[in-house]
Design a protein around this ligand. Structure first.
Ligand SMILES: C[S@@+](CC[C@H](N)C(=O)[O-])C[C@H]1O[C@@H](n2cnc3c(N)ncnc32)[C@H](O)[C@@H]1O
Length: 302
């Protein structure tokens, strides 16, 4: 099929998907993915402007480099994920702030999607694993219904940058500086009766680790919770984790979003998920080839 037919094809598939009974709050965010140039509500446009201002302002920082925890190689923590595993974090590298702003942080396109998704779902309690400079956090914590936005980052330098960016956008955000598991040890018991409505897993991109963090969070998910996994085609190993997560019992629906992000809607129990693609590219799925595993040179961005 010709490439220029893709948007029309995507919209046709989406209409069929929406008519098939998926939650109605998915309509706007999915429409956004399937319709290039879709006119967005003015309040979304103004939030986006504020967040993008923070992204640009980072470039004026006197700090030029910052440490980041690069995702480890496949099977660095074995082959079997459990909720009790403590997966090893990856190598600590130095990245330029400019690269953090333009490549490592979420793009404007996907940040807008996160905002639309959490707004449409009226998410209240949102958890992010992998803060980086707080750009995706700005998109999420600025959702009108957000009551708590918790985010975890191992790099102290990035946590400080993120605190500044988030404070300019929202008073609901808390940045925890530490490894995911160490912070979750304290945070999860403190949630008490509060359940997580939206979980965004965007760090430690390794199959066993990704499944482990998800397993740890399952008891804290609300019915109908959104669980979004980033970079599901970043490597063959991450694609494998998504193949498993997309069919995980307890998800009611799972969606492969342009083969880049994996979305699950949690129901609990033994529900078998209905799986679908949203805006699937034609042809083969292109898997990433992480440069940081090949060399110790700093500033590899994949
Ligand atoms: C892709 S970046 C996150 C980007 C950010 N969510 C955004 O979209 O703007 C992943 C982040 O996770 C952090 N990270 C990786 N492994 C971690 C771990 N085990 N514990 C805590 N932070 C970790 C990295 O330092 C990095 O800043």
């Amino acid at each position: 099929m010709l490439r220029h037919l893709q948007p029309a094809y995507d919209r046709w598939r989406l209409r069929r998907l929406l008519a098939s009974g998926i939650p109605s709050y998915l309509k706007l965010p999915f429409d956004y993915l399937a319709t290039p140039g879709l006119q967005l509500p003015s309040e979304v446009q103004s939030k986006r402007k504020l967040v993008e201002h923070q992204r640009t302002a980072m470039l004026d920082s006197p700090l030029k480099q910052v440490s980041i925890y690069y995702s480890p190689k496949p099977e660095s923590s074995g082959t079997h994920a459990t909720a009790t595993l403590r997966p090893e974090h990856g190598e600590v590298m130095e990245f330029d702030i400019a690269r953090i702003a333009s490549h490592t942080s979420i793009s404007t396109y996907w940040g807008t999607f996160l905002h639309l998704l959490a707004s449409s779902a009226a998410s209240k309690n949102i958890l992010e694993l992998g803060t980086c400079a707080g750009i995706s956090g700005c998109y999420l914590s600025s959702v009108p219904t957000c009551q708590n936005f918790w985010t975890i980052e191992a790099s102290e330098g990035l946590s400080n940058i993120a605190r500044k960016n988030l404070a300019a956008i929202s008073d609901k955000a808390t940045v925890f500086n530490g490894l995911f598991d160490d912070v979750l040890d304290d945070l999860l018991p403190e949630l008490g009766e509060k359940k997580l409505d939206f979980v965004w897993i965007d760090g430690h991109h390794e199959r066993v680790a990704t499944i482990h963090y998800f397993q740890r969070l399952i008891p804290h998910l609300s019915k109908g919770a959104i669980v979004l996994f980033d970079d599901v085609s970043w490597s063959a190993d991450m694609r494998q984790s998504w193949e498993e997560l997309a069919h995980w019992p307890g998800f009611e629906y799972t969606f492969d979003l342009k083969t880049l992000k994996g979305l699950g809607i949690w129901s609990g129990g033994e529900t078998v998920p209905r799986f679908d693609f949203v805006a699937k590219p034609f042809g083969k799925i292109h898997l990433g080839d992480p440069q940081g595993w090949k060399t110790n040179a700093s500033n590899q961005h994949r």
